[in-house]
Every structure is written in structure tokens, then in C-alpha cells.
Design a protein around this ligand. Sequence first.
Ligand code: GAL
Length: 795
Amino acid sequence: MKNLFSVTHPCPSHEGNPEHGAFNNNHKSGGLCASRLERGGGVCLTNSPFGWCYRATIKIVVLMFLVVAFVTGATAQGVSIEHGWQFAKGDSSQWSSPAYNDLNWKQIDVSKPWEEQGYPQYDGFGWYRLHFVLPSSIKEKAFLKDSIRINLGVVDDNDEVYLNGKLIGKYGGRGGDIKTSQYGPRSYTLAANNPAILWDKENVLAIRIFDTGGDGGLYGNNHNINMLSLMDNVTINTDGDFYFEENEGLSKTIFLSTGSNYVYKGKLTFKVTDPETNTVVREGTNDVLFTAGKPFNYTFTIDKLPKRSYRLTYTFTEEKSHDMMVKNEGTPYVLTPYPSAKPRINGPDVYGARPGNPFLYLIPATGKQPLTYSATGLPDGLKLDSKTGIITGTVAQKGDYAVIFTVHNRLGTKTKKFTIKIGDVIGLTPALGWNSWNAFGLTVNDQKARVAAKTMTDKLSAHGWNYVNLDDGWEAAQRLASGEITPNQKFPDMKGLTDYVHSLGLKMGIYSSPGPRTCGGYLGSWQHEDQDAKTYGDWGIDYLKYDWCSYGEIAPAHPSLDEFKKPYQVMRASLNKIPRDIMFSFCQYGMGDVWKWGAEVGGNSWRSTGDIEDTWQSMSTIGFNQIADGPYAQPGHFNDPDMLVVGKVGWGDNQHNSRLSPDEQYTHISLWSLLSAPLLIGCDMGKLDRFTLNLLTNDEVIAIDQDALGKEARQSLKKENYQVWIKDLEDGGKAVGVFNTSDKYQTITLKTSEDGLKGYTKIRDVWQQKYLIADGNNLTVKVAPHGVVLVKLSK
Ligand code: GAL
């Protein structure tokens, strides 16, 4: 699989259960105590230097402001296994043996995938071997002396680990349990007296890896062997929601929990810092006590804060070992004003469909219910349901149809000009919807998709959101004897699910690969393209994400441009035989500069990058590098910098709050809208908190993404600490994002003369939906660390 930009991942976690037997904390400092207890999160078992969790075994802490990060110092009791690895492609049972002579093997750097080190596009088996000495002094110095942990950074995808010839752990595996077959951080814990460990002698670690496609091997930045510390079994779980109090203050409950029977006693320090001045505006310390099954909960309330994010720091210090764990997060703040009770019609100004195919469009509108909908100028063959705003039917004649939508309630009436383009191009504006992957990974099921659809209807479709897309994990293990594909037991009735989604006026998406297997190891469409397209048509699918994955085994090692195009041309031809409008989303991570030929091959969008993660490094590296592909965006054909990482994400059974800070999330949505990217929400829709919902329902921001001109913003200015991106809009206006890429507050001046914005005198802050006053030709704005000011300029 792919992971081109970053190497940190959430740790695998065990569900804690704070509702039962929590050690009570009747928090005293200030205000209300929220009584809502949040479940979730868990015991963090993996080290990850800049990731979600990290062990701390020291007394002095170097605090780095990473929104959800744990911090350690330099005296960790362990050894680095970062250097000295050797590698061979292929597979042999002898390679696990310590006696095997690996002198002729090539050296390899475990911080980078093997693709980048002389094995381009290699998928399949590879072995890593390392000879190292494990000094018993690390055991002697450790507070707990009973276990060691081997951290292997990221493994892509599946591994078996042998220490001195003995299998000490494995994850996934070819033909193994495909549900656990997944790239990600890998750590193994062993008892210190395990006979496989040779203390003070040479040890041989041999790792057999199977890669299913894309990047492969060991990579990342956490390769070491440590004694397990007390903190390795502790989680500071901040994944509960913030609650907005009546005065717009905030309250929240966090949990300290452990899977260990050790009784943890110590202090929890809670600190609120103003990131602009670095002043601590509040600090307090509480005694804490927790053990397995009895977490400690801490509830705090903060009085009303100005509209921006403050830094919260939770520090737990264990009293016997003096080990420390630190976690930071930012406070959420809402910018999008409440929608008016008067009717307003949102969404794009244009919609494309093919002649003769089923047509479905829900008019997105806000305002106090009940709303009644009407339209003039609808082409023959379409009808509008005046109660739901859903337009259905079929149009036979090609043409541009000028329509006027009207939405009425008892507070008023609103109209909007709209164009229905019946022709060859669909997806005239980027897709707006949800995709299961970033939330649920391979654990997606019918129920989760229904929750997503219902939530979209209740909270989001009024703002234009409409696709409910299943990613990998819906497919049965085997095709029927006829070759037909069927869903697995998690989707008992795919047609029923699709009908349900359509009944809400929404659309349904699905996922496959041109290879024999998907990236998650499920069935792909290889040599069944016509059959699969027909099945999708029969179910009523509206969107197909088509992921290269194991097509790497079919394509030659160094595909030519034609060979990159081929699998997409094959499926395009199959989809063309189906009497449905199916959006075609290419997922091949930008190979062969897909943006240059994606439109010609019939893609409505194409991934221009590897997989995104919910870190600043990943999101900002992807977002701010959409430069070469920019000019190729056009109505019907868009670059796809991957799905959104806001809300509760998790790629599996356990979700956590996005590790992007609130300001980073404003940057994410602003930048993706400027880039005319498909906006596919990647969170658990059943758990949308107020901040996330507010972030996703700003009609003026969404309008920038959905602008009918279909242009992508260009990077107009790049300084060391900030960037300006400008997007041309259909009405002659410009959308401008001023991004602070540094970790300090900055005052930035946008000079309209320099940025080709001369004569644009009206400046509207679209997040706050209010006009700003410019100082002459300059707009001076204060921008939060990793934050944005997004404005629309008009003449
Ligand atoms: C990856 C793809 C992800 C997701 C996953 C499913 O290759 O980039 O977005 O679709 O496969 O296995």
C-alpha cells in the first residue's frame, strides 16, 4: 500500500471502559462539570516519536507543540535499530535462521520504503535482517524489568518477525486474515525472559514482509528496542467531544486509563495557554489514581474564549517512577454563522447528466422547515418533488437547460438560477460526500453506511453533500460460479442499501481495483470489468473509485504511459455500456502524471497523491504540493488530493479525534476548496461534533469548491512561513487563501497589487461571512499557527 508522505499512525488501541468503575474526580477548578462521559480510545501500546502516543521515561520533558503528541526525552532505556539492516527480495524459509549467511545481502535504509531504494514498483515478498547486541544494562536501569518492546516503524503491508530463528509475532500475511492485513505502525512486546532473546550477545532479527501494492517494506522513524515503561501502558484519552456551553465556553472530560494491573498514582496538570502570547491563562493540578478497568476521568470547563484556538496541555506524572506523559490539543472554535431561518438555496450552479440515463438531483436548501420547492424550465422528462426537493426522471435531449429553482417557507421565498447540462460530461463540479475509508477502513458495513446516509440527510445535504461512498471491504471472498461479484456478509442487501440512499435523494458509491485484489486484499475487477460494471448498474451505483493496488502484478515493472492508462480505459469502456451516470474516480496516486491524461481516459477525478493521514505533515505536504497538476482541473475532471481527515477518523474499529488542530482543519477545508478537490468526508458520521459540523456546513466556503468555472487555485506566493493561493471564480471574483505555515502567530499583509488582485476592493471573509476593511490596497490579517484566512475578492 501507499504512504508517500508521512509515517505516523494512530496506535492500535484496546477499548477502555470509563463508564464502569471510574476512579472519580470531582474536579473543582471552575464552572460546570459536564456529566456526559465519552467512551472510546484506549491503551496505547506503540511508540511513535511524532505520532499519537509515545512513551516518556524521563523527568525532563522537551515540550513540542504538536496538537496531539506525546513527548519523550533522550534517556529512553533502549537501543536503536535504525541502522545496519540488510535486505533481499523474494522468499526463503532459511532466511529466518540466525545461522544464514547474509553477507551478500544489500544494505537498506529502514526509514524509506524499498521502492525508493532500488526496487521500484516491487510488490511481493522481501526480507530484512539485522544483527545487534541487546545489553542487559537497559534492563537494569529500567523501572519495570519484565518486558521489551520491538518497534519496527511502519510495516507495509504484512510481516512475520523472527528473533534468533523463533517466530515472535506476525501481522496479516498473504492468505492470512485479510481484515488485519494493513500497513501501519508495528510493535511487538516480549517477556524479558523469553528464551528467544540473547542478552549481551549477538541477536538476529529477521523480518519477512509481504507487500500487496504501492510502497512496501519497513519505513518510518521509530525503530528501536526498549524496556516497557510504566507509561507504555497508559493512555491520556482526549477523544471525547468538547461541549459548547451556553456562554460559548467549553467543557470536556478526558480519561487516564491503563490495561495494566499496576495502580498508577500521581498528578495530572491541566494548562491552558494562549498560543499567540504563550501565556498560561489557567493551570491546575489534581491527584490521580487509576488501574486496569478503573480509569480516572477529569472534567473541566473553560469560560467563554475569543473565536480562536487555545492550547490545552495535560501532563501526567507518576509518583514512584517520576515518568511523565504529556498530551496537547487545541480548543475548537466555530466561525460559520448559523444559517438563517429564511430559505436559501445552496450547492453548485450547474449539474451535468447524460441523455437517457436516470437523473437524480436534490436541491440543497436551508431554512426553517417545512420548505416547498418549485422549478421552472426543467427539461422534459424531469419532475420535482415539491416536498423533498428531489428531481428525478430521464432527459432524452442533449442541451443546456436554464432552470430557476424556488424554495419557499413561511419566512420568505428564494430563487436561484441553475443550469442542467444534458450531454457527455458529468461531475461538472467536484463530488461532495462521504467515503468510509478514513473512518472505518475495512470494517465498513451496511449499518455504518446507513448512519452516514441518514446523517447526511439530517445535517449535510442541505449544503450540497450527496455521495455515500463505500470504500474497500464490501466484497465477498469469492465470485459466484457465473463470475459475478457479490457483497460479503456485512452487506446483506446492496440493492436495498442503494435504494435507501436514493430515496433520500443521495447517491451511492463503490470501490474496486483493476487488479485481481484490492489494496485490502478483497476481490478486484481484473478480467471481470464488464460483469462488475453491469452489477454496479443493477444495484444503482453512482460512483466508482478504482484503485490500482494489485494491478501492479499485472502491469510490467516500469509501465509505459499506455500501460498506466490501460486498466482505466478498460473499465471506462465497461462503464460506458451501462445505462447509468457513474462518476469514475481514478486512484493510482498520481503515477504517470495522471492529471495530464485522466480527462482523456474518462476520469471525473484522479488521485494526485499517496494516502492522507490526520497529521499536519501529511495534510500540508499533500495540499501545498498540488502545483503541477493544478492547470489540468476543469469541469468534469478534477485532481483529488485524497479524502478529508476531519472529525473522528480511525481506518478501522477505533476512531479518534482528528490529530489536526482546529486551525489545521480550517486550513484543510479551505485549501481543498481552493483546489477544487472532491470533498469526501472521512469520519464516523454518527459522531459528528459541533465543531466538525460547523466546518462542513459553510455555504460560502463550499461555493468556492463548487464554483462552476472548475479552476484550481494557483500558489501565488510562497514564503518560508506563509503562502497565498488564488482561485479564479465564475463570477469574475477571486478566492484567496492566506496560509500561515509556521507554528507561531503571524500578521500577514496581502498586497493586492503584487498578487494580481488590482481593483478587487470588496473583501469578504468567507468563514465568518462578513466583509473586511482593507487598508488601501492591502489586507492585513492575523493568522493562527497552521491556520488560514480565506477571503473572496470582488471588484
Ligand atoms: C488505498 C487507497 C485508499 C483506500 C485503500 C483501500 O490504496 O489509497 O484510499 O481506498 O486503498 O484498501
